[in-house]
Design a protein around this ligand. Structure first.
Ligand SMILES: O=C(COP(=O)(O)O)[C@@H](O)[C@H](O)[C@H](O)[C@H](O)COP(=O)(O)O
Ligand SMILES: [Mn+2]
Ligand SMILES: [Mn+2]
Length: 345
């Protein structure tokens, strides 16, 4: 994969984050999402690449942009042969969430980001628009904790791996009724729970960074977000496991098809014959090279949000590469229109 891609995708997530941040706190989640999609797509189509969206805007809501299967990049244009040699370029698959945490942006809450993951063709699991049970934990617990074990058992293991008491552990769980028992169990085991209303990508990746005070993510979120989280965790060597959830009874909220049976049939039509399979990060993001980029929209555990000043904005992004084995925090000043000054922080 071209190493300059790592630089180009920083701008892709930055543009999406800036566009969305303009709608921060305005209570209009759809607009905050739409402008991020538009900005991401526009910048992506300027990159010298042959890309295809494998995780994108709604499978079900017939989204006009960054839809699953959409080809992106200069070298996918019909006139591509006039200025590039598409045959020489590796075909890449892209998973995007231009506005991860639309509610967080709309209501001015922390933890939203513009995010994407890239790998060569076939390198990312094309997750259906279902739910996923997730377990994320730091690298030292990788392969020791297990999604098939109870929360109590995993907390004991985590406590040993991190050499701290269970009381010193913080577990992020999405604040949903489906997690009532899970939350009770975690608290009962002695750990502390951080409930989030949205944004489990940020929570999953935060587990890989010491100092975030997040030691695990447990519970059920969306499957596409699971693949994006897995891409980052695979590069960071963190622990991530995901299991598709296709039973509407378990999820209790959201769109998840009519019945368990029809969902199993849908998974089968996609080639998923074992719907209960547990996938690890290396299976969800199996490509030989994986790139991940995110830019904070509102401030979060990992990144600052977009800060506007007269004539410009300052952003913070995180770019992770399996190839260069780096996690880069990129601080960028964007000059829009003859700024009166450049904000230092
Ligand atoms: O919070 C989220 C919303 O993402 P977005 O729609 O891109 O703003 C994600 O982090 C969650 O993973 C997920 O979408 C959520 O768990 C869906 O669950 P629910 O709200 O219960 O239907
Ligand atoms: Mn999302
Ligand atoms: Mn989104």
């Amino acid at each position: 994969m071209d190493s300059t891609l790592g630089l180009e995708i920083i701008e892709v997530v930055e543009r999406a984050a800036i566009a969305s941040a303009k709608w921060m706190g305005k209570g209009e989640k759809d607009t905050a999402d739409e402008v991020a999609v538009e900005a991401m797509r526009e910048r992506m189509n300027k990159i010298y690449m042959r890309g295809r969206i494998v995780i994108g805007e709604g499978e079900r809501d017939d989204a006009p942009m960054l839809y699953i299967g959409e080809e992106v990049g200069i070298c996918t244009r019909t006139d591509a042969k006039d200025f590039c040699n598409p045959d020489e370029l590796v075909e890449i698959d892209i998973a995007v969430d231009p506005c991860e945490g639309t509610n967080l942006v709309a209501y001015g809450q922390p933890g939203s980001m513009a995010v994407l993951a890239i790998s060569e063709k076939g390198g990312l699991f094309a997750a259906p628009d279902f739910y996923m049970k997730k377990l994320a934990a730091p690298a030292s617990a990788k392969g020791h904790v297990d999604i098939n074990k109870s929360a109590t058992e995993n907390l004991k293991i985590l406590s040993d791996c991190l050499e701290r008491s269970i009381e010193e552990l913080v577990v992020v769980v999405m604040d949903r009724s489906r997690h009532k028992d899970l939350i009770q169990e975690i608290r009962g085991a002695g750990a502390r729970v951080r409930l989030i209303s949205d944004g489990d990508v940020s929570a999953a990746i935060s587990c890989a960074f010491s100092g975030t005070n997040i030691h695990a993510l447990m519970g059920i979120g969306a499957a596409p977000e699971g693949v994006i989280s897995a891409a980052a965790m695979r590069c960071l060597d963190g622990h991530f496991q995901g299991q598709l959830i296709y039973d509407p009874e378990i999820v209790k909220t959201g769109l998840i098809g009519e019945s368990k049976e029809s969902n199993i049939a849908r998974l089968e039509s996609m080639g998923i014959t074992d719907p209960d399979r547990v996938y690890n990060a290396e299976e969800l993001a199996c490509g030989s090279t994986v790139l991940f980029a995110a830019c904070g929209i509102t401030p979060g555990t990992l990144m600052e949000g977009v800060r506007f000043f007269h004539g410009g904005a300052r952003t913070q992004s995180l770019v992770i590469s399996s190839q260069s084995k780096t996690a880069r925090f990129v601080d960028t000043v964007h000059l829009f229109d003859k700024p009166k000054y450049i904000q230092l922080r």
